[in-house]
Write a protein that binds this ligand. Structure first.
Ligand code: PLP
Length: 404
């Protein structure tokens, strides 16, 4: 099961055969496990004996197998899988912080994470300052003696800003902070631990699973940190109980095997469509296009072979135009008017009134998130030129202004 390879190379090199020499690993279909002796049971609960499973909220063979593949992919010592990306984020932040602690976070992050930091954690005495993490001076200025965590997304949701992880890691080291990076938008493209991050989180719901049929998350970190999450007395994974079901872990594990080819195709298609829309004069944001503020920073960190990612945005100028365009695109078969990302069909949503609606309108304007901004997760269409042509027809139909 263990492999010496890391990154994309680790994904297919693992030999995960199952019972009776099945080509897929067997699924552990149990919530509880038999101990051979009473002493084994008490020692396992005390943490003095390894090798026995105690209860499936703690860990399961199938979950551990998925976790170990994801640890290999991210180059971490260990990993722990969760029932959702938010389950992973919540567990990490509550594990790291206690009352009176402070977090410095990127201001452009997934709306759920923003709501957790802004509305929920203050109830437990943990405050967050939101800054533009591409502005390193602003990051440093926000740090206080109480700061424990520096939090960002490698490529941010929905503005596709790029974090300079190496530079943030240097700040984290100087002020003794834990740098936590959500890598949901850029699996395989960026390996944050290589650039100095301490903890990497993914919502597996997105690209890693890729079939929009499961909700799951993962934390890739040191063995010690993952063990602390699972601790029966103090562990946020064990005690909050955001557990992934073994059947789902097994299906996500199978989908992981095609992630390298899927990421390359998502990126190829997104590049083609973003470039075409830009050339036609529309206001597109895509990190692979010249003129994108984060292109250079992204290229510094990119692993070869996976392009610039599957996400792009198009500013329709107003919510009314954005809605009309999304409905026209759905009718024309471009894809689905749906949140989430990483699916084989193209998905689109107006971020300001959906996945970023937790962020107040005022703050959305401040960070440059216009109400007409449509986020696209570009799918795996065989001929992206045809998808581009279809989008352009829809744009024509709703009379979108150039440079809107
Ligand atoms: N992180 C990012 C960047 C996301 O976009 C999302 C969800 O959209 C999450 C985390 C939360 O993941 P989940 O929906 O699996 O809880």
């Amino acid at each position: 099961m263990k492999t010496s390879k890391s990154g994309a190379a680790s994904i297919l090199s693992q030999l995960n055969t199952g019972a009776h020499n099945g080509v897929n690993p067997s699924i552990s279909d149990s919530s509880t496990y038999v101990f051979n002796t009473a002493k084994d049971m008490s020692d396992t609960f005390e943490g003095t004996k390894e090798g026995c499973f105690l209860y499936s909220r703690h860990s399961t063979p199938s979950n551990n197998m998925l976790a170990s593949s994801l640890a290999a992919m991210e180059g971490s010592e260990a990993a722990h899988v969760f029932g959702s990306g938010m389950g992973a984020i919540t567990a990490v932040l509550f594990q790291l912080c206690t009352a009176e602690d402070h977090i410095v976070s990127s201001r452009t992050i997934y709306g759920g994470t923003y709501a957790l930091l802004k509305n929920f954690m203050p109830k437990y005495g943990v405050q967050t300052s939101f800054v533009d993490t591409t502005d390193l001076q602003a990051v440093t200025a926000a740090i206080t003696p109480k700061t424990k965590v520096l939090y960002c997304e490698a490529m941010s949701n929905p503005l596709l800003e790029i974090s300079d992880i190496e530079a943030l890691a240097a700040i984290a080291q100087k002020y003794q902070l834990t740098l936590v990076v959500d890598n949901t938008f850029t699996p395989l493209m960026i390996t944050p631990l290589k650039h100095g991050a301490h903890i990497v989180i993914h919502s597996l719901t997105k690209f890693i699973n890729g079939t929009s049929d499961a909700v799951a998350g993962v934390v890739c970190a040191t063995e010690d940190f993952c063990n602390s999450l699972r601790d029966v007395n103090q562990g946020a994974a064990m005690l909050f109980g955001s557990t992934l079901d073994s059947q789902r872990a097994a299906s996500i594990h199978k989908n992981l095997k095609t992630l390298p080819i899927r990421m390359a195709k998502h990126s190829e298609n997104a590049y083609c469509i973003a470039q075409g829309l830009q050339q036609a004069g529309f206001k597109v944001m895509y990190p692979g296009l010249d003129g994108h503020k984060g292109k250079h920073t992204l290229e510094k960190q990119l692993e070869p072979g996976f392009g610039y990612g599957g996400l792009m945005t198009l500013d329709a100028g107003s919510l009314e135009k954005a809605n009309a365009l999304m409905e026209a695109m759905q009718d024309a078969g471009v894809g689905y008017l749906a949140v989430s990302l990483g699916f084989y069909k193209t998905l689109f949503s107006a971020s300001g009134s959906s996945t970023s609606s937790e962020i107040s309108k005022e703050e959305q304007i401040q960070m440059g998130l216009g109400e007409g901004l449509i986020r696209f997760s570009i799918g795996l269409d065989h001929m992206p030129e045809e998808t581009l042509a279809l989008i352009l027809t829809c744009i024509d139909k709703v009379a979108l202004h150039k440079g809107a």
